[in-house]
Structure formats: structure tokens, C-alpha cells
Design a protein around this ligand. Sequence first.
Ligand code: AMP
Length: 302
Amino acid sequence: MSLLVVGSVAFDSVKTPFGEVEEAQGGSAFYFSLAAGFFNDIQMVAVVGEDFPEEQIDLLNERNVDTEGLQRVPGKTFRWKGEYTYELNEAHTLDTQLNVFESFSPEIPETYRDARYVFLGNIDPELQMKVLWQVRNPEFVGLDTMNFWIGGKREALIEALKHVDMLTINDAEARQLTEEVNLVQAARKIHTYGPKILIIKQGEYGVLMFNGSKIFSAPAYPLDAVFDPTGAGDSFAGGMMGYLSNVQNINDETLRRAIIFGSVMASYNVEDFSVKRLCEISYRDIEKRFKMFKSLTHFEDL
Ligand code: AMP
């Protein structure tokens, strides 16, 4: 059963202490789809302008991503400019140009309306909801957001959270959203907004899952070189949702495994700029790193 994603498709200009790229392919839906496409067929809802290269759409199609829901309209594609210092966990946004997203009205193809799994990638929460309302009977809905929308569209975001099963967010955003410093208390508050499952991403320190009263913690894969953290959150969500969309039952056990698949995808993604690494790896590489995660976190009881 396929997995629908809505989010941004972008040109990203990114500077890290290890190099920089100008107008490289990115966006929440772009990273998500390339990661999730290793696990399932993906239906993508997004918008690009006239300047978006056709080869990138071919790339998506080659990697199990259906782009019938990707609209091409007159105008310029979304652009994001960001910078990281040696503190790679935190992106500093220098510029956000919504461009074609400003007047985007998502109209999802009939073939997408029966999607069972939906991921509302980081984008205006009003657009996230416009997509969700067009899906007839989704079984599991995840949502990702960022400081830009928590600050700028708070009410719409709080409304959207009533309708999702899982929220993925980073630690600073969890604090901003709840105005709680302590993450356990922030998690408790977020549960009252709607999502039963909360995933707090902590960059190189890993991930915390609050599944009701159960807590699971996974480290980030220890890499000897991280070049560009952009898209780590989206490729994490892609791996996680991609895996979940294939299991019989979403429960604590499968969610834990999904977190490791997400962490594997994020760990590959940060090894190079843009989506370069996601395009180089194979499913065998994913399985190999999944097993390494198992030995990394295994210990015996007393
Ligand atoms: P992350 O996975 O959190 O590193 O997300 C990085 C991606 O988010 C980049 O490829 C950006 O193009 C995209 N992005 C940044 N700001 C926004 C925004 N305000 N709305 C939608 N997408 C964004």
C-alpha cells in the first residue's frame, strides 16, 4: 500500500564548515521521497516552478516516486538558504523564499485519495491540512514541522496536530511549541495536542520516542565525517514511514524498528551535500547499517 507525502521541493543553498552548495536539490518532500522510495511506492504532492529541472523529476520516477501530484506552475521554485557552524545540530536559516508555494492549492489526484499512510512534511500547516482532507480514510498520519511555522502559523499548526498520529520535531522546536524546557514535560504536553506518538530528533545525539507512556531512545550512527545535516530530519522520516507503511501492525516493536531504519537513512544522508548519498546507496547498504545499529545498542542484562 502506498505512502503519500506532501512537502517542499526546493533549491537549497547551504554552507557548512566543510563546504557549500548553491541551489542544490532539496526540500522536505524531496528528501523524504528519496529515502522512503527504498521501502515502498511513494505518491508525492508538491509544487515546483518553471525553473525546476526535468531530470530531477526523472530521478524521482526512477526511485519509486509517483509525481502525478507534483504540480509545475509558472513562477520560481521554493528556495531555502541556510548555514551550519561546527554545532551541526542547528540550522541557521538565512533566507526563505516561498515563491510558488505562496499560491499553491494542492489538488490531489484521484489515485492518491485512498492512501493508507500519509506524511505531512514540513510546509505551511494550512497546506498540510488541505492535503489530509482529500485523503479518504488514512490509517496512519505523521507530521513534521519547524520553527518557521511554529512561530508564523501556530494556530493552524495546533489545529493540524489534532488530526495526526505522530509528530516528528527537533528538541528546540519541541521546546518552542510547548514553552517547556524539560523534554519529558514537553512530550506530555504535545500528547494533549493530539499525536499519540512523538519523535524528538536530537541530531548527533539521536532520537527519543514517546509512545504514550513508553519511551525509546536511539543514538545517531557514529560517523567519522558529517558534511551536511540538511535533510536529516526528512530522510529520517522517509525511512521511518517507508518501513511502517509495509508492516502489518504499527505497535511499539515496529515503531522502534522504524526509528532505526529512519536513523540509518539520516546517517547516509548527512555524509554528503544535498541528496547525493541517497542516490548512491543500495538497499543492501541500508540492511548492513541496520545490523550495525543493532550491535551498537545491544547489551546483556545482569
Ligand atoms: P531538515 O530535514 O529539517 O534538515 O529539512 C531541510 C529541508 O527543509 C531543506 O531541504 C529545505 O528546503 C526545507 N525547508 C526549509 N525551510 C522550509 C520551510 N519554511 N518550509 C518548507 N520547507 C523548508
